[in-house]
Design a protein around this ligand. Structure first.
Ligand code: PEP
Ligand code: MN
Length: 467
């Protein structure tokens, strides 16, 4: 990883560099989405209350700084050039109740273990991005949910309504947007402390695995690799090398930019450059359901200067991808745009090549990242939404095969995982089968890989990368 100034250094540098957007033509650009169709927005009972909440959010301090977003953009530029790999992951939907030290540490620990496997076994710098500290809003395929003959509005994430199945919980409440901001702040504070305060020191490679090693094949495999890293560190220390990079990691936050009132209220002008940044997260992406070229989401993201992503599903045409590039990265800035493909294991080998070919021939640089989760979801007989680990692995293998055959760079993976031993996806080291899903099915939305399944995936990706 190129040596990077610490969050603290950059924070100091940027502390006076952000102000609330208020005047000028920039404001006009940032509000242009308001005149366009905005899909998947919650309907609120009282527009005045939403306005008051947005005004309150606009007064809050930034969660991230423009300089940090630029730093991530530089690292993603390395990905577009084939010199680094993205590991992005976290819950499908974070919950307010999950913003605890234990939950955040467990997720970070798993992400750090995966990153170490990739860095060491594939010898590639890994850009670490959590789907964390802001992933509180969900697009839904159906606006309502029916249970036992009762129909209620669908759960849209803790930023909008509650998961509990009662009319009161399912009421959209704009004050939840404020809670989303505060829960993001708590989570990001923990992430900054864990990644800079000694916990992410490479000498902790064994400690991250302590509660895991005995019970799992993935844990034992990891333990072997940690032993090799330990010996390498001891050797380097004996040689007098002990660089800062061994004692902490750069960690970035991300979420789907879904609720435009929230994202707009957290957009500020960077006084270094006069450019707007959405300071709710370092990296923002558009989902498969809200990436319409003439829609409000694309219009909003066009004007912020963060690095951004767009999910591309199997119906995406090569022309759609090119048009998105033109609109979202007209100057071909490396690191600005990431395409996150989520085709499904059975489609990836046919659906991805035309996109990659056309974008590579006609477009500017883009980072290609594989989301092997969202094209592989199905409902088990028990009614649980689930995914097969074999399908997840197969989509990643297909992603690598396509990029290898076209001579392009398989730039990273985007996954839904948790640090706990949940039973939400079938297969993996412990051979969870469909009948086991009820045991620890805890997700608020889509099924996540558990820790062992996540580590298995990291080992497989490292092998594919080395080939
Ligand atoms: C998600 O990432 O949770 C999601 C809803 O993905 P997609 O937009 O790809 O369906
Ligand atoms: Mn999801």
């Amino acid at each position: 990883m190129p040596s990077a100034p610490s969050f603290q250094d950059r924070r100091a540098r940027c502390a006076i560099a952000l102000s609330t957007v208020s005047t000028s033509s920039v404001t006009g650009e940032l509000d242009a989405w308001r005149g366009l169709p905005a899909l998947q927005q919650p309907t609120w009972d009282d527009p005045a209350e939403v306005e008051a909440v947005a005004a309150e959010l606009a007064k809050q301090p930034p969660l991230v700084f423009a300089g940090e977003c630029d730093q991530l953009k530089n690292q993603l530029a390395e990905v577009t050039h084939g010199r680094a790999f993205v590991l992005q992951g976290g819950d499908c939907a974070e919950t307010f109740a999950g913003a605890t030290a234990d939950d955040v540490r467990n997720k970070l620990k798993t992400l750090l273990q995966m990153a170490v496997v990739l860095t060491y076994a594939a010898s590639v710098p890994v850009v670490k991005i959590g789907r964390m500290a802001g992933q509180f809003a969900k697009p839904r395929s159906k606006p309502v949910e029916v249970r036992g003959g009762v129909e209620l509005p669908a759960y849209r994430g803790d930023a909008v309504n509650g998961l509990g199945f009662s009319p009161d919980e399912r009421r959209n409440d704009p004050r939840r947007l404020l809670q989303a901001y505060f829960s993001s702040s708590v989570t990001l504070n923990l992430c900054r402390a864990f990644t800079k305060g000694g916990y992410a020191d490479l000498r902790q490679v064994h400690a991250w695995n302590q509660d895991f090693v005995a019970q799992s094949p993935a844990g034992r495999r990891y333990e072997q690799l940690a032993g090799e890293i330990d010996r390498a560190l001891t050797f380097m220390k004996a040689c007098g090398a002990n660089p800062d990079e061994f004692h902490g990691v750069e960690f970035y936050s991300s979420h789907e930019a879904l609720i435009l009132e929230y994202e707009r209220a957290l957009t500020r002008i960077d006084s270094r450059t006069g450019s707007p940044y959405d300071v709710s997260a370092h990296f923002l992406w558009l989902g498969e359901r809200t990436r319409q070229l003439d829609g409000a989401h694309v219009e909003f993201l066009r004007h912020i200067h963060n690095p951004i992503g767009v999910k591309l599903g199997p119906t995406t045409t090569a022309d759609d991808a090119l048009a998105l590039m033109d609109k979202l990265n007209p100057h071909g800035e490396p690191g600005r745009l990431t395409f996150i493909t989520r085709m499904g294991a059975d489609r990836i080998r046919d659906a991805l090549p035309p996109l990659v070919e056309k974008v590579t021939r006609n477009g500017g640089p883009v980072a290609w990242v594989c989301d092997p989760m969202h094209g592989n979801t199905f409902e088990a007989p028990s009614g649980h939404k689930t995914r097969r680990v074999t399908d997840v692995l197969d989509e990643v293998a297909g992603f690598f095969a396509v990029h290898r055959s076209l001579g392009t760079h398989p730039g990273g993976i985007h996954i839904e995982f948790t640090g706990d031993d949940v039973t939400e996806c079938v297969g993996g080291g412990h051979e969870i089968d469909e009948a086991d899903l009820h045991q620890r099915y805890e997700t608020a939305c889509d099924p996540r890989l558990n820790r062992g399944q996540s580590l298995d995936l990291a080992f497989m990706v490292a092998e594919l990368y080395r080939r």
